[in-house]
Design a protein around this ligand. Structure first.
Ligand code: 1GP
Length: 254
């Protein structure tokens, strides 16, 4: 089954998913990833996202090869730009930064990447990407040269997501940016949740199990955790428990 179909089927059942973000730029030595990817495999992590806003190293391919040699969790590219392509991955979040007004990230990079992706086996996941202000300027906001949506402008985010859905984007990703000071508020998540039917991914600054639970309760279908696990991989156990508990509590459909 394709990743997108599986995702939609999960959302239909009310099931939540968990993705771990690995930033290749922060991986000095791939073998150091072993504890995290082993924990991810043992704790039923659904996807491994790989990518970052800025890549100063050339080890994207090596990181993906290493992950693939260790675990069978699907690898999804989360590219900061069109250079971050690798055909070893299973899928790519084809991100249009709809919260910003930088044409290059709305459609420009996509044009350059399209023929390369077409000639690969990568599954394309068309995604409306929204950066939400979270305190200090994040790398994502700076590198993208866009202004994140103010964190108290709920209607603005909701209408942006709505427009993305109307344009045919299949997923909406609300991101406070990696290592955000403040995670996305429950009020913001729920405003966007009510505005669209497509699966909702939420990430940025989720560094405790309580924050993960809050995002799930507010309507996130998938949470993404990266930064916090670089310091403390064991946190993954607590967070994945919350996702597991949620999914266990669902009543089987008749
Ligand atoms: C960032 O949503 C991801 O794009 C994950 O954020 O690294 O803060 O967990 P963190």
């Amino acid at each position: 089954m394709k990743i997108l179909d599986q995702w939609y089927a999960h959302v239909e059942q009310g099931r939540k998913s968990l993705a771990v973000l690995i930033d290749p730029d922060k991986v000095e030595d791939t073998s150091r990833l072993t504890p995290l990817i082993r924990l991810a495999s043992e704790n039923c992590v659904d996807y491994l996202f790989v990518g970052g806003s800025l890549m100063t190293t050339t080890n994207l391919s090596e990181v993906i090869r290493f992950i693939k040699s260790q675990v069978s969790i699907p690898v999804v590219l989360f590219p900061g730009n069109s250079l971050q392509l690798d055909a070893q991955a299973d899928a790519i979040l084809f991100l249009s930064l709809i919260s910003g007004r930088n044409p290059d990230l709305l459609i420009g990079q996509h044009v350059a990447a399209a023929p390369i992706i077409r000639n690969s086996r990568l599954e394309v996941l068309p995604t409306g990407y929204l950066l939400i202000n979270s305190g200090k300027i994040t790398s994502a906001a700076y590198i993208s040269n866009t202004m994140p949506i103010p964190e108290d402008k709920y209607s603005l985010a909701a209408c942006t997501a709505m427009a993305g859905e109307m344009l045919g984007l299949k997923l909406i990703y609300l991101d406070a940016g990696s290592g955000a000071e403040r995670e996305i508020s429950a009020k913001m998540i729920s405003a966007v949740r009510q505005a669209v039917k497509v699966p909702l991914i939420v990430g940025g600054g989720i560094n405790t199990a309580a924050k993960a639970t809050k995002a799930l309760e507010a309507g996130a279908d998938m949470i993404v955790v990266g930064n916090a696990l670089e310091k403390n991989p064991e946190l993954l156990i607590e967070i994945s428990d919350k996702v597991y508990e949620w999914n266990q509590s669902l009543q089987p459909r008749k």
